[in-house]
Ligand binder design. Structure first.
Ligand SMILES: [Cu+2]
Length: 141
């Protein structure tokens, strides 16, 4: 019995580490673009409530052929976009993807994006695996 209690105790307090990322996607949306536009962008808030880092490795949607992680930055007087190979999400971090900042660039849209549509998006994380979300298309008024 004592041995059992010690085992139970050690499982609870010293057992397999429960440290892991806990990724939540909040308020995803895609910017409505004119029908002639072949590109748009996806925004969201990514929250890591866990106690270890995770990494966003890639994004896929059924709205565009390609989806890339981009960052806006000033280069002299010009705002430029730069492609990121991945996006780190430290423990307890809130990473905001928003116009003028980090965003997911949707390249070669398959069909025009109209406000009110919902787009299926697959986010691929290093530790949390695939997370599928529905992102509504919104006009930027
Ligand atoms: Cu971009």
């Amino acid at each position: 019995m004592t041995a059992f209690l010690i085992l139970l105790f050690s499982l609870i307090f010293y057992g397999p580490s429960l440290a892991k990322p806990d990724i939540q996607i909040q308020n995803p949306w895609i910017r409505e673009v004119p029908p002639v536009s072949k590109m748009s962008a996806l925004f969201m808030r990514i929250v890591n409530k866990g106690d270890t880092e995770d990494v966003l490795l890639g994004v896929k949607t059924n709205a565009s052929k390609f989806a890339e992680i981009h960052m806006m930055e000033m280069e002299g007087q010009m705002m430029k976009m730069r492609k990121l190979d991945f996006l780190k999400l430290p423990p307890k971090a809130i990473v905001e993807l928003r116009p003028g900042g980090i965003h997911i660039m949707l390249i070669e849209l398959i069909k025009p994006l109209k406000e009110g549509q919902k787009v299926k998006v697959e986010l691929d994380f290093k530790k949390s695996g695939k997370i599928i979300i529905q992102a509504p298309v919104k006009a930027l008024h």
